[in-house]
Design a protein around this ligand. Structure first.
Ligand code: BGC
Length: 753
């Protein structure tokens, strides 16, 4: 039955409408019983259900129902697979219907600004394009079931330090190009039912009361139709928040802020239309869900199988010096507690009560000849002499050694940031000692964010399992033994050391945190600085090899508003079937504005049998070439040359072409007495004036180097004269007496828009 939302709204009292604007308790939106509006339940989280039946908390403290822990965002993003992400959403949407949840509180799309952010494991990438693509796919999948998502945390929530009060200070271009596009993409393409505003302030104003963010950008510009919900406890001033576009405060406010809303409408400080609109949005969400209830049961085993597949498609083979895959008849020693008890999810609000957890050791026993030595205990950083000695002795006798290393729970979690980028010292020491007795060493990492790799040259193989979800252990064993050919690609860079990271000098601020690196986040920075990294963004190996050929642009020129189609043939040149993610990067070669060397603007994952070739086609629109001009309040790309590059990673560019791009728009030129002649020369319209002034200056100073004495031209070459003229403000023309102020003004007037 379809409900007439407007009719219901018209029957509601002001108190009832204000009541809807805050939670009933920790996990429920309120209903209005007398009008047949049910209360609905929401729940974390991004990678599985954390439905709490008993006492609620937003920190993952109390128990929740038995559910399936799918791979957290840090891993699933590495699939670079929109279909897989949509399927993941679909499966979680089914579970939500079975568990009677109207909204799943995810996905988390904040950009990984620093490897230190305690919640990086819940976020997708350092790259906004990738984060936006996988987020939109996930949202579509969940919402197929009329279960809402809550894309979070909006916005610029990139550290846990003082997350509830700290102000993220970023210029608008940086916000628009790096920190907002993942939200924008998901909103425009998938309309999440809800957006969760973040705890922090953005340029001084709380996200929960930020009119610019919530009303102007999110709604007016992007066309968001859903409701904005606060992060749990993010409300500072409720009435201000409502006016700024925050519809629902979570959790319950004990009626206090509802009363503030009523009082504000009564005393005229809040327009009742704002309240009506919020109430209407909430009713819309409630009935969207209630009108489409699906009769379902939780299908835990089937969903576990999907969690395994998602992990298989996402884990990243970082290094393989011919040591992998392992063979069934080799004697293999697994070392490290994580082989038996994997660290497969992070701590905090996304923590899932898994109905079962698979481990690599049990899975590997079915695939090969594997023995186990604990080597170290996962919980803390203590080098245990006895455990280490036992592992080293066993390693001497094995054909190959696989160390299951990783970060203990306490090293990374919601609520605080990491103190450093290292693995526990006891693990680094043991890995080096094992490599010394057996060079056939592979490391499998369990971590939510990059770590330093001091033993990298001693390990012949390295598998980044990240936090694999509850079936991650099986997935890791499948990849190690070659049952599955790895196909994940890194969604972030592994810098060599923490101090290489662009936010290093400005991360973790308390009152404020300044985003001084601007748009140069992740590979955008490392590439610009030509810095060596351990593993670049987009990197990931396979047990087969791929070649790229026959790259084609459908045209060598493009005008703003048109699209460009890029195709390339990919061939599997190895002996086993595999999947490759072809990445498409665009680089601005106009030299007219400071930009990254190249940025990801497309990707496609293809499956290829040995010897098979497929043509991959991707499309670029004008936005793919553009940077955000604060002056135009719009995306803009200069006319000129752009590099279109395809590759297997951000640093493994296989083919590239040059495109000539043309726009008919020009940046506005405001000509005044401090405009330089160079500014005029660079502007197509004002160029004649610039040239005229140079001629006048040349004539005035007699600066024709041809006739000058040797000494004079040595002192002042043509290049220097050009440079001086280019930086000469127009006021000089008057002070030298070349023109009168009136003459200059009348020249300027001819060229002013
Ligand atoms: C987290 C959110 C989460 C909410 C509810 C907050 O502390 O920041 O991501 O959805 O709690 O558990």
């Amino acid at each position: 039955m379809e409900h007439d939302i407007k009719a219901i709204l018209s029957q509601m009292t002001m108190e009832e409408k204000a009541g809807l604007c805050s939670g009933l308790d920790f996990w429920h939106f309120k209903g209005v019983e007398r009008l047949g509006v049910p209360s609905v339940m929401v729940s974390d989280g991004p990678h599985g259900l954390r439905k709490q039946d008993e006492s609620g908390d937003h920190l993952g403290i109390n128990d929740s129902i038995k559910a399936v822990c799918f791979p957290p965002a840090v891993l699933s993003a590495c699939s670079f697979d929109r279909e897989l992400m949509e399927r993941l959403g679909d499966v979680i949407g089914c579970e939500a219907q079975a568990a009677d949840l109207a909204v799943v509180l995810g996905p988390g799309v904040n950009i990984k600004r620093s490897p230190l952010c305690g919640r990086n494991f819940e976020y997708f990438s350092e790259d906004p394009y990738l984060a936006g693509e996988v987020a939109a796919a996930f949202v579509k999948g969940v919402q197929k079931h009329h279960v809402g998502t809550s894309i979070k945390h909006f916005a610029a929530n990139n550290q846990e330090t003082r997350r509830m009060t700290c102000s993220s200070e970023a210029d608008e271009r940086t916000l628009r190009e790096i920190y907002l596009p993942a939200f924008e993409k998901a909103v425009k393409e998938a309309q999440p039912y809800t957006v969760m505003c973040s705890y922090n302030r953005v340029n001084g104003t709380f996200a929960s009361e930020n009119d610019w963010l919530l009303n102007k950008v999110l709604r007016d510009e992007w066309g968001f139709e859903g409701l904005v919900v606060s992060d749990w406890g993010a409300v500072n001033e409720r009435v201000k928040g409502l006016a700024a576009g925050l519809d629902v405060e979570m959790p319950a406010s004990g009626g206090i802020t509802d009363a503030q809303i009523v009082a504000a409408v009564k005393d005229g400080t809040l327009d009742e239309a704002v309240l009506d609109q919020a109430a209407e949005r909430i009713l819309t969400l409630i009935f969207r869900y209630e009108e489409h209830r699906e009769q379902r049961e939780l299908t835990l085993e089937a969903d576990h199988a999907f969690a395994r597949k998602a992990a298989q498609e996402s884990m990243v083979l970082l290094k393989n010096d011919g040591i992998l895959p392992l063979k069934a008849d080799e004697s293999v020693l697994f070392v490290g507690e994580y082989a038996e008890k994997p660290r497969y999810q992070g701590g905090g609000s996304s923590h899932i009560n898994s109905f079962k957890v698979s481990d690599a050791m049990s899975a590997a026993k079915k695939l090969g000849t594997v023995s186990f030595a604990k080597g170290f205990s996962g919980a803390e950083d203590i080098y245990d002499e006895a455990l280490a000695a036992e592992a080293i002795e066993a390693a001497k006798k094995a054909d190959k050694v696989v160390v299951f290393a990783g970060l203990p729970d306490s090293f990374e979690s919601e609520g605080y940031d990491r103190a450093h980028m290292d693995l526990p010292a006891c693990q680094n020491r043991l890995i080096a000692e094992l490599a010394a007795v057996n060079p056939n060493l592979v490391v499998v990492l369990h971590n939510g964010a990059p770590v330093t790799l001091p033993w990298l040259d001693k390990a012949r193989g390295l598998l980044e399992a990240y936090l694999g979800g509850q079936a991650g252990g099986e997935a890791a064993a499948d990849i190690l033994f070659g049952v599955v050919n790895p196909s994940g690609k890194l969604a972030e860079t592994f810098p060599v050391k923490l101090s290489d990271n662009p936010s290093y000098l400005n991360f973790g601020g308390k009152e404020t945190v300044e985003y001084r690196e601007g748009v140069f986040v992740g590979y955008r920075y490392y590439d610009k600085k030509e810095m060596a990294v351990n593993f670049p963004f987009g990197h990931g190996l396979s047990y087969t090899t791929f070649t790229y050929s026959n790259m084609k642009l459908n045209s060598a020129d493009m005008t703003e508003g048109e699209t460009l189609s890029v195709s390339v043939d990919v061939t599997n040149t190895g002996a086993v079937a595999g999947k490759e993610t072809v990445q498409l990067y665009v680089g601005d070669r106009t030299g007219k504005v400071q930009r990254p060397i190249r940025e990801l603007k497309g990707f496609a994952k293809v499956e290829l049998a040995p010897g098979e070739t497929k043509t991959v086609t991707m499309t670029l629109d004008s936005r793919a070439f553009s940077w955000y001009s604060v002056e135009l309040h719009d995306w803009y790309a200069f006319s000129g040359e752009y590099e279109i590059a395809v590759g297997a990673s951000s640093r493994d560019i296989r083919l590239s072409e040059t495109l000539s791009y043309r726009t008919n728009r020009a940046l506005p030129l405001h000509i005044g007495i401090n405009t330089t002649i160079g500014d005029l020369l660079e502007n197509e319209k004002a160029k004649p004036l610039g040239e005229k002034l140079i001629r006048m200056m040349d004539a005035f100073f007699g600066a024709d180097s041809q006739g000058d004495s040797d000494a004079a031209s040595e002192a002042m070459g043509d290049d220097m004269m050009d440079a001086i003229a280019a930086s000469q403000p127009l006021r000089g023309i008057v002070s030298f007496g070349i023109m009168t102020p009136e003459e200059l003004q009348s020249e300027i007037a001819k060229y002013t828009d």
